[in-house]
Write a protein that binds this ligand. Structure first.
Ligand code: ZN
Length: 190
């Protein structure tokens, strides 16, 4: 494997709605294809067409795998440091999607990033996601105005009441994840 240099550093917030949000603002999304195919799948399931259901499942899975392969390759090519949040079990349980194909894709994405990072000699770090959603990535505090609890799950954008920064929920989380990655790499002060 030739050495391919990269300058970037990226934090990745693995979500449930969007597959992943990067600290540079990019989002790996499930696009129109999935909505279309999932509608067809629901139809096939309703009318109990087993063969068609199976075929559509496989099609969706393959497309998702392909999309995740492309996205993970691009991320690893562009970045020398890749920090990923450990998907908290709590977050999974809070939603009904825990067993869906979608979440299987999310852990698959992590696996892809990990082995591609290692192949290209990138630094791959996983950090605990605790408070990454609630902490303001601009001033570093957990302000009263940050999204919290079950209610907070639907808040996509918020303003920090301490410093006035306007946050996209997931990009803010990804920025915090990148910062935690940096912290975990710093030599411990004795
Ligand atoms: Zn702030």
């Amino acid at each position: 494997m030739p050495h391919i240099p990269a300058q970037g550093e990226v934090g990745i917030d693995l979500g449930l709605k969007t597959t992943a949000t990067l600290s540079n603002g990019q989002k790996v999304k499930n696009g129109r294809y999935y909505r279309m195919m999932e509608a067809r799948l629901a139809n096939a399931q309703r009318s109990k067409r087993k063969r068609l259901t199976k075929t559509l499942h496989a099609k969706i899975r393959n497309k998702r795998l392909d999309d995740l392969q492309k996205a993970s390759t691009q991320i690893v090519l562009e970045n020398k440091l890749i920090v990923v949040g450990k998907l908290s079990v709590k977050k999974m349980i809070k939603t009904k999607m825990a067993k869906s194909i979608h979440d299987a894709g999310t852990s698959m994405f992590k696996t892809m990033l990990k082995y591609k990072a290692s192949a290209l000699q990138r630094v791959y770090v996983e950090v605990a996601e605790t408070n990454t959603t609630r902490t303001c990535s601009s001033c570093g505090v957990i302000p009263d105005s940050s999204p919290k609890g079950l209610k907070g799950l639907s808040i996509r954008e918020w303003v920090c009441c301490e410093c006035g920064a306007i946050h996209d929920r997931d990009i803010n989380a990804a920025l915090n994840i990148l910062r935690l990655g940096h912290q975990s790499l710093m030599p411990e002060v004795a």
